[in-house]
Design a protein around this ligand. Structure first.
Ligand code: 13P
Ligand code: ZN
Length: 270
């Protein structure tokens, strides 16, 4: 069978980056079984031959109208598919979908009829939100990073920006490479429309990465590698905090003045 990736080097490279990140998620222990999901807006790679492709089966409802997704195409991890399998075979463990006119339904176009992730309501609603505000962000990542999820089992770290300040103060790179910090979304049922709406409300407070309490993170960025990087630096900071606690002391953290200096010198937002 021919793949949609054949003779499309741009699209193949984009999906190659998704596969690379999927491998990292597995290696980090953040992707047990089918844990986590990725979607990427691939509309810029779509050509006339792709537009002429027939659907692989029936149209599926999105659950709500998302008007800014008119004409959009996405690569989506398949539901119940493993990141470690996607790393080897992205088109057998994910699929390309197109949004149908009216933006209430989508259909699977390639390469196989793999049903998209159960978190599609959050992913598509977030892509709709990003397009509405003219954002250049095209990738969204949901994963289960161990130490960040552990933090959300304590009320203290769920307070707005308490975890952000602690994480930023562990190592200067955290604020430099995740300058908007970590938003908090209270526990909600996975894959629910309520979770999608709360995710958007929190991203809209000007975060690129939000925590889903006792579940995982949801991150957005220009491409999937950059979204992964933001989660990686945040989780590294959480690991440093927990290592210090494991050595028997509360880590001192960088001072407010040191963090302020960092923001000024590197022109960081907030
Ligand atoms: P999917 O296999 O449907 O992508 O679900 C994984 C997950 O992490 C749900 O929150
Ligand atoms: Zn999850």
């Amino acid at each position: 069978m021919t793949s949609i990736l054949e003779n499309r080097p741009g699209l193949a490279a984009e999906i190659g980056r998704v596969a690379e990140v999927a491998g990292y998620l597995w290696q980090k222990g953040w992707a047990e079984r089918n844990g986590g999901n990725i979607t990427v807006n691939i509309t810029e790679w779509v050509d006339d031959a792709m537009r002429a492709l027939p659907a692989l089966g029936e149209a599926h409802p999105i659950g709500k109208a998302l008007p800014h997704l008119e004409g959009c195409w996405f690569y989506c991890k398949g539901t119940q598919k493993r990141m470690r399998d996607l790393a080897r075979a992205p088109m057998a463990n994910g699929s390309v979908i197109r949004i149908l006119p009216g933006c209430t339904r989508y259909e699977i176009v390639a390469d196989a009829p793999v049903l998209p992730t159960s978190e599609l309501p959050s992913h598509l609603a977030v892509h709709d939100y990003l397009l509405a505000k003219g954002s250049p962000y095209r990738a969204s990542l949901h994963t289960h990073p161990i130490e960040l999820v552990a933090l959300t089992h304590s009320r203290k770290w769920l307070e707005k920006d308490v975890a952000t300040r602690m994480l930023w103060s562990m190592i200067p790179e955290t604020k430099a490479f995740c300058p908007r910090g970590l938003g908090m979304v209270p526990y909600m049922l996975p894959s629910s429309v309520e979770l999608a709406e709360a995710t958007i409300r929190t991203l809209d407070e000007d975060y690129d990465v939000v925590m889903w309490e006792k579940h995982g993170v949801f991150a957005v960025d220009t491409d999937i590698m950059s979204a992964f990087d933001q989660v990686d630096v945040l989780n590294k900071a959480a690991q440093i905090y927990l290592s210090a606690r494991g050595m028997g002391f509360e880590p001192e953290g960088m001072s407010e003045a040191q963090m302020q200096e960092l923001s000024t010198v590197f022109h960081l937002p907030k």
